[in-house]
Ligand binder design. Sequence first.
Ligand SMILES: [Zn+2]
Length: 278
Amino acid sequence: MFDCHTHVFGSGHVGGAALAALKRVWGEKYEMKALPKDNLECVKDCEGAIVLAFDAPATGMVVPNEYVAEYTLKHQDKLFGFASVDPNKWDAPLILEHAVKELGMCGLKLAPFYQNFYPDEKRYFSLYAKAAELNIPILWHQGTSFIPEGYLDASRPAALDPIAREFPSLKMIIAHMGHPWTEECIAVVRKNKNMFMDMSALGTRSWQFYNAMVIAMEYGVLHKILFGSDYPFFTSEETKESFSNINKLVEGTNFPRIPEREVEKIIQRNTPEILEIV
Ligand SMILES: [Zn+2]
């Protein structure tokens, strides 16, 4: 089991609009969940994980590349650090190059909702070109969130289609299957060979999760779903548990079921090999 979507937050990394919204939504649980007790806790149940930096000053979340690089380098055998760069910075491609070449990071995390930018605007394409040149994948938070200040209209999965067409060899992952636009996400992923999606953080919305999986099955793209948890908000074990029970919702009905072997294939997927980060 490999977890393609985990976070670390150090003290002071979450502030402003993000902190206010997290406290509102998660309440007391926020403090507990947001600060991992142990460095390896995020991967105690799995063989490895991608750990994401987060450069989103627009909404108050800044987890520096250096912080994540230091964290992952201590556990090089298990952890893969993805840099994050605010695309609004004029030197974003150079920051990315530094993170990969000097800090040893192996991917890029972008999140238009949190970073307040429209991904299909041409002025950001130099950053994607740099990722393609460095041969690293981009993991996109391309879906909704609960921060009032975030750009919801920048967060549709279809906004990534022009990028996929311009950079066909660039590997891209849409996090959380682009919720609530899971069908749109599936359409974008199906047509673009190097696009994938992760099923992290969907477990608590069992109807949406089940429907997303059924639609992915009907479109024939289950093989493009990567396993992830969105730790520390959910652990990989919790995610595996909810995923393994996905058909419980329709037990005793004629609704379609996701074959157990397909669920198991996603849980066992060799994500580092697919993303070529090993
Ligand atoms: Zn996340």
